[in-house]
Design a protein around this ligand. Structure first.
Ligand code: FES
Ligand code: FES
Length: 155
């Protein structure tokens, strides 16, 4: 039995400890916002926050989660910070197919919570673990710059 916090509630699972967090989220908890892109820790589509740090859920065996605090895009979407990011990504045109977006949003939260006023270079570095196949990254960078302005005081 593995017990951890998921989007604010304590949960337990009897799944084997080697199961990937990404599979547990999608299959057992039906949280399908975290996506599987590469399955190898390269694309960031599966990003979640574990104890407030951005992590690739495709690389985490659930045995490592005991006692941790996991937040997925579903939980994060209930926060005021998400509302700002949602609006700014839409305004800046940072979402095209949307496949990378949940992971990008999670990476953005991790960045802004550490550094509420990042430079363009720091933004590019902050999302460097997240790939978007649809677009250059300029609109995403614009969205994050906008969010840092609009959400001033939230992070
Ligand atoms: S699916 Fe996890 S990093 Fe690509
Ligand atoms: S919006 Fe399509 S992969 Fe990023």
């Amino acid at each position: 039995m593995i017990k951890f916090k998921l989007n604010g509630s304590v949960v337990e699972t009897d799944a084997p400890s080697t199961v990937r967090l990404l599979d547990l989220l999608r299959e057992e908890f039906e949280l399908i916002g975290s996506k599987e892109g590469c399955g190898e820790g390269e694309c960031g589509a599966c990003s979640v926050l574990v104890d407030n740090l951005v992590q690739n859920s495709c690389l985490i065996p659930i045995g490592a989660l005991e006692g941790t605090d996991v937040q997925t895009i579903e939980g994060y979407s209930k926060t005021p910070q998400y509302q700002v990011l949602n609006e700014c990504y839409a305004t800046a045109g940072g979402v095209q197919c949307g496949f990378c977006t949940p992971g990008m949003i999670i990476a953005t939260e991790a960045l802004l919570s550490k550094n509420p006023h990042p430079s363009e270079e720091e933004i590019r570095e902050g999302i460097s673990g997240n790939l978007c196949r649809c677009t250059g990254y300029n609109m995403i960078v614009d969205a994050i710059q906008l969010a840092a302005k609009k959400g001033d005081g939230l992070w």
